[in-house]
Design a protein around this ligand. Sequence first.
Ligand SMILES: [Fe+2]
Ligand SMILES: [Fe+2]
Length: 226
Amino acid sequence: MTDQVAHDQKNGSGPRSADDRRDPDTKARAALLYPDWRYIEQPALEDYRAADWALLNGQKPTYFADQQAKQALELLFASKDAPTYGYEINNYQHCLQSATMALRDGHDEETQVVALFHDIGFIVCPNSHGEFSAALLAPYISEANHWMLVRHAIFQQRHFNEYPDPVDRNECERWRGHPHFDWTGHFVEKYDQNAIQIGYDNAPIEVFEPMVHRLFAREPRRLAID
Ligand SMILES: [Fe+2]
Ligand SMILES: [Fe+2]
C-alpha cells in the first residue's frame, strides 16, 4: 500500500470499491434480542405476508418491554460527559438535578421522570426541545405534564433578567388562565431555571432508572393526530 492510498483510506477519501462504501454494519444482520427469535427475510415492508407480520408482531411486545426504557435512558446517557457552552454543569447533570429537586419536593414518579427527560433534546434540537421531550413521553404522562413540557422554554423566559436580546419575558401570558398555566410556571421556577447549580447533591441516576422503566411500561394513551 502506498503512503497516499493509506492516507486516503485513513481519511475516507480516494477511490474505494462499492463494497468498501457499504457501512460495515450492513454486511451482517443485526442481532436479535433473543437467539431463538427469527428474522423476517424480506427487503421491503410491501413484501411482508401474513405469516411475516405474525412473526414480527409476536416478537415486538417483548422487544419493547425490554428495550424502550433502556434506549430512552441511553439517549440521556449519551450526553453524560458532554462539555457545556458556559453553564457550570452539562445538560445531563441539569436533567438529573431537576429530577432530584422534584423528588425532594415529594412529587410523584411521573413528574420526577418528566423532570429527568424535560431537556433531553436541548442540545440536538434546541429550538424545539420542549416538543421533543413531550413527544417522547406523551403516551405515558398526564396532559398537565405534556402541556408543560411543550411550553416550558417559553415560561423560562420569565426568569431571563437582563437578557440582551429582545426576548419577551411575558410571552407565556397568552396562556394565563389555562388549567396548566400555574403548574408550568411552578415547574420552571422550582425545577428548571434554578437547576444549574454546581455542587448540588444530585441523587444517583439509579434512583430514577426503575421509575423510567415503570413509566414506559404504562399502557400508552392513544394520541390523536389532526
Ligand atoms: Fe428546556
Ligand atoms: Fe431545563
